[in-house]
Design a protein around this ligand. Structure first.
Ligand SMILES: [Zn+2]
Length: 398
């Protein structure tokens, strides 16, 4: 099978390269907006049909000949073509009945993420240690490589985000269908806030302390920004600070999720998780005075939407990494996983002594409540597989 992966780093452009990159992303943005305007006209006039890429690509040649837009000759044609391919793809997502994406919109300098893609890397670009050579008068640019790049680089994207240039290398590599090194190892995972992930073997990963610190710093920075006169130079400074913090939080979280999902998918062939829905999670997090939601402990001043995203991103990572390792991820219904006794199957709200402690009122079994949750999730996974008769290996009970 072919594995495609992206590797993103900070780019250290010289002042000259910075200026050239600004021109190139400007050209790309211009072409996107011009082509989109024409597509919008066609959409109105031709009963919601828009030109496909093959037609749009010819517009570039025409624009280069027209006196008002002949400065486009300075542009790097590959970048422009890729922009139009992106626009074509955006329209197709919009017309796809399953996706029903929003219509593509105009790109505004400063508001939207600016980016350009360099294709045919082997032919037009070059990599030498922590330097990359890009075409169109850019030359060698240093980047801050924080992890090895695996696979053959097919193309790369340069983007301007949160006040810095970044480069993302898209790679491909062929691997034979993997066989998981530990086929008999099954694990259940309970997701929470006090403990981000509790495993049915009793281990857990704590959430990041620094995450909370960053969150507080962000709240403070956002408050400071709101006090400045909009569009004043101090407001822009405050805004840059907010964006820097948001970026740092995103990086820290991504790193944390990657480390956790890698470790779990490499150590366990079958990973059983709760099939959580965003709406369910929010509802259960709120709870009421009489029946506190099972995630009520989570309202620790942390941004809920960030946590929701964290859980979904975690599941996404687990799924593709399990695929790479030859393992599998199974999602099971989540009801009563925190109130069921793993020893005697007795279900009662009273089994839950406190948020952290579980003690069965029937048989006396005791354990950490999150571990109990993970054990029940694992048991449900095993049951599901036994029913379906698709057990990939014999499970080892935790
Ligand atoms: Zn019991």
């Amino acid at each position: 099978m072919i594995i495609r992966q992206g590797f993103k780093f900070r780019l250290d452009a010289s002042p000259g390269q910075d200026a050239r990159l600004r021109v190139l992303v400007g050209h790309a943005r211009f072409v996107w907006n011009q082509a989109l305007a024409r597509c919008n006209d066609a959409y109105q006039a031709e009963n919601q049909r828009v030109p496909r890429y093959e037609i749009m690509a010819k517009w570039i040649t025409a624009w280069k000949r027209e006196p008002e837009t002949e400065w486009l000759k300075e542009a790097y044609t590959d970048n422009l073509q890729q922009k139009l391919k992106d626009l074509d793809a955006a329209w197709q997502r919009c017309f796809d009945p399953k996706l029903q994406a929003q219509r593509p919109r105009f790109k505004k300098k400063g508001r939207d993420r600016d980016s350009i893609r360099f294709v045919n890397f082997a032919k037009y670009c070059q990599l030498d240690g922590r330097r990359v050579k890009l075409p169109s008068k850019l030359g060698w640019i240093k980047f801050r490589q924080s992890r090895p790049i695996v696979g053959t680089i097919k193309n790369c994207t340069v983007s301007w985000e949160a006040g810095h240039w970044h480069i993302s290398f898209q790679t491909e590599r062929e691997v034979s269908a993997p066989v998981h090194p530990k086929p008999a190892s099954w694990i259940g995972i309970d997701l929470g806030i006090v403990r981000f992930a509790t495993l049915s073997d009793g281990t857990f990963t704590a959430p990041l302390d620094s995450f909370k610190q960053h969150q507080q710093a962000l709240a403070k920075a956002q408050q400071q920004m709101s006090r400045k006169v909009k569009f004043s130079s101090n407001w822009y400074k405050a805004k840059a600070r907010v964006q820097r913090l948001q970026r740092r939080i995103a990086n820290v979280r991504r790193d944390y999720l990657h480390k956790t999902s890698t470790r779990i998918s490499q150590n366990h062939a079958m990973v059983v998780i709760e099939d959580l829905q965003v709406t369910n999670m929010s509802a259960s997090a709120k709870g009421t005075l009489d029946t506190p939601g099972r995630n009520v402990r989570q309202k620790s001043g942390l941004n809920r939407s960030i946590l929701d995203q964290g859980w979904f991103e975690f599941r996404r990572q687990l799924e593709y990494k399990a695929g790479w390792a030859g393992g599998e991820v199974l999602a099971v219904p989540a009801h009563h996983t925190s109130q069921t006794c793993p020893a005697c199957a007795h279900v009662s709200r009273d089994n839950r002594l406190s948020q952290a402690q579980f003690a069965c009122t029937d048989c006396g079994y005791q354990n950490n409540a999150d571990v109990v949750g993970a054990l029940n999730i694992l048991a449900r996974g095993i049951k599901t597989c036994a029913k379906g008769g698709t057990s990939p290996g014999s499970p080892v009970s935790a």
